[in-house]
Design a protein around this ligand. Structure first.
Ligand code: IPE
Ligand code: IPE
Ligand code: MG
Length: 236
């Protein structure tokens, strides 16, 4: 089975999932967090090595203080206690995004979960929090400029070399999934998705269970990835 090495998910549709049921948007976020817990373990069991998830974008600060606070508190709770099962399973949790303007208690929880799982090596769960894809490229370009100022020779610098200037040096994304029905990438991992296969589904994230995930994997298996070349076996 040709399982994607790096899967990324834009976990969208929590709010609509709740509204449809006459619930507060927060109920959708809570349900979504439970879905993520299950999916992370399932993805690892399937052989996925890196799972990146979009938990909160830099632009999500445009939402009400009430919703932002709810999400931040939920994230703290997950990092501090709810992820214990993932920790035991050997998943290393890392966080990608800007620190500013995250609250002190959020930063502390990030440090806590990263420290707690740093020696885990079964799979990586990369949580994108206060994350923006263009921001990541800008932050990386600034770090690269600093290295150039320090004398780095860029005469042979290749696109692969830029990965280490990103928030984490992860492999490129093989499969990008977006739940919730929108066909856009909303400033997610722009650098890493340059040759990703895309899978869009109308399913709201809280309903995106193991069998929904498997559908995306089966679709991926049948895609002909050419990377600009020609695949002799499949092209005729
Ligand atoms: C995604 O669900 C989760 C976050 C952005 C934090 P939404 O909250 O965007 O849900 P919809 O798109 O409004 O349904
Ligand atoms: C993308 O969803 C961000 C996350 C899933 C965290 P949004 O709901 O913020 O995206 P837009 O506003 O529909 O583009
Ligand atoms: Mg949304």
């Amino acid at each position: 089975m040709n399982v994607p090495n790096h899967v990324a998910i834009i976990m969208d549709g929590n709010g609509r999932w709740a509204t449809k049921r006459g619930l507060e948007r927060s109920a959708g976020h809570l349900e979504g967090s439970k879905t993520l817990e299950k999916l992370a373990i399932h993805a690892m069991d399937m052989g996925v090595k890196v799972l990146s998830v979009y938990a909160f974008s830099t632009d999500n600060f445009k939402r009400s203080k009430e919703e932002v606070d709810y999400l931040m508190n939920l994230i703290i709770k997950y990092f501090n206690t709810k992820f214990d099962k993932l920790v035991k399973k050997g998943i290393k949790v890392i966080v990608s995004g800007r620190k500013e303007p995250l609250r002190e208690d959020v930063l502390k929880a990030i440090k806590n979960i990263e420290e707690k799982t740093k020696d885990n090596d079964k799979a990586i769960l990369n949580i994108c929090l206060n994350y923006g894809g263009q921001e990541e490229i800008i932050d990386g370009a600034i770090k690269l400029a600093q290295d150039i100022n320090q004398g780095l020779d860029i005469s042979t610098f290749k696109r692969e070399d830029f990965y280490k200037y990103l928030y984490h040096d992860l492999p490129p994304i093989d499969l990008l999934i977006r739940t919730g029905g929108e066909i856009r990438v909303s400033n997610f991992m722009l650098y890493q998705m340059s040759y990703s296969e895309f899978y869009f589904t109308n399913t709201y994230f809280p309903d995106f269970d193991k069998s929904e995930f498997n559908k995306a994997i089966f679709m991926y298996e049948n895609r002909d990835r050419r990377f600009g070349g020609i695949n002799d076996k499949k092209s005729s």
